[in-house]
Write a new protein. Structure first.
Length: 417
């Protein structure tokens, strides 16, 4: 088995949580890489049979057999090749499980023959932290021999005096991944599930002349529960700011924050011109979330005095985007959907066209107000504005996020120098 790993194009995955396991599942389907080295960072279960049990079963997406082959009855072939060395085989593809080092700099990816590591622990998200930091760092993967690190979360720079390093960048596949420079970028972030879905909602609007004149925008994501919440009420850790995440996830609707707006500015810089507010409401479901986008446009009126921007106009923008540049990443639906309809759905965002709503009014600017801003001869102005509410579904685990992360990973691999 060791010899079967040599001279192979291997993907490293650090962490065996939700995103780590589903990243492995995703690449088993895509089959771009020749094999996988997964770092659990500790002993898992009693033996490799327990590791296999974890990797082949999922309470949200079912068994790996059904994930790969539906209800055909076909089984995913899994073999233990060497218990001591952590060597497995999934569908004929070599998989090595590392079970000792938690600090990225000690994993020795060079020895394992891994060039790209997907960092899925959710711990190492600050690109400014040096590789030799005692608590670990995403840069430690580079010191351990990897050439590229893709963090499966938005960057979080703790020291506000620090700036984004030149070799780091945040990318969403289908939005700004083309700006990735293999000679420059070595520590990448694939943003978040919400940023991914939101970016695909905003891109067509920004690229359409009539909807590019945005006055203000905000969004709320009705978001499924995640592992940073408690199943039952728990005492908060020291210095915890958001006490609500320590309340029971299974029987509460929990208002909280999201970094999606800040990350959105990194992938779509035009957002900085008008600003963006975002919040999150956690609900007791296992996956699939819903973005409610509120956006106000400066609009025009037709010769008949009707607003140019209306429900039909906005839905048509998304229909064209879904058939064009964002094909297979953005989906437009006119059905009356619920969240379960998109569990495992491999798209970054699904527009719920049935629920698109608009209303046009007028922004009244009196001459006295304009004169305060130096417009001495100004007269009263009435500017037509259209407010729109647009809904977008996304499977915040596998379908939207891990699928997008996987596409970015393959893109990086295809462009390795």
């Amino acid at each position: 088995m060791e010899s079967s790993l040599k001279n192979k194009n291997l993907l490293g995955i650090n962490g065996m949580g939700r995103i780590g396991k589903l990243t492995f599942w995703n690449h088993l389907v895509v089959r771009h890489f020749d094999g996988y080295v997964i770092n659990a960072g500790r002993e898992v279960g009693r033996n490799l049979d327990d590791v296999i049990h974890f990797l082949t079963n999922d309470s949200t997406y079912g068994s790996l057999d059904r994930f790969l082959y539906g209800y055909t009855g076909k089984k995913c072939e899994v073999k233990i090749v060497n218990e001591a060395e952590g060597l497995l085989e999934f569908e004929g593809m070599p998989v090595k499980i590392l079970r000792s080092e938690r600090n990225p700099k000690n994993i020795n990816w060079a020895k394992e023959g891994v060039r790209i590591v997907v960092e899925c622990t959710g711990t190492f998200i600050d690109p400014t932290v040096p590789a030799d930091h005692p608590r670990g760092s995403a840069r430690g993967h580079l010191e351990a021999g990897a050439e590229k690190v893709i963090v499966s979360a938005p960057f979080g720079i703790k020291d506000s005096s620090m700036r984004m390093p030149e070799d780091s960048g945040l990318f969403v596949y289908g939005i700004n991944h083309m700006t990735y420079d293999p000679a420059k970028h070595h520590v990448l972030s694939s943003a978040s599930c919400t940023t991914t879905g939101l970016a695909h909602m905003m891109k067509p609007l920004l690229e359409t002349e009539e909807t590019s004149h945005i006055i203000t925008a905000s969004m709320s994501t009705v978001h499924s529960a995640t592992n940073n919440q408690d199943i039952l009420d728990a005492v908060p850790a020291a210095n915890t700011k958001d006490l609500r995440k320590n309340r029971a996830a299974l029987n509460n609707i929990i208002p909280t924050t999201t970094g999606a707006a800040k990350a959105l500015e990194e992938v779509l810089p035009q957002i900085k011109e008008f600003g963006f507010m975002a919040d999150s409401v956690r609900v007791p479901t296992s996956t699939v979330s819903l973005i409610a986008l509120n956006i106000t446009f400066r609009t025009k009126l037709s010769s008949a005095g009707e607003p140019v921007i209306n429900q039909e106009f906005i839905n048509d923008i998304y229909k064209k985007a879904a058939e064009g540049a964002q094909k297979d990443l953005l989906i437009f639906s006119e059905k009356q959907n619920v969240s379960a309809d998109f569990q495992g759905y491999r798209a970054s965002c699904i527009i719920e066209g049935h629920e698109t709503h608009t209303r046009t009014g007028f922004l009244q600017l009196d001459s006295a107000i304009l004169q305060e801003y130096g417009m001495e001869n100004a007269q009263d102005v009435r500017i037509p504005v259209t407010h729109a509410k647009i809904f977008g579904w996304y499977d915040n685990e596998f379908g939207s996020y891990v699928n997008s992360l996987g596409k970015l990973t393959v893109y990086v691999d295809k462009n390795m120098l």
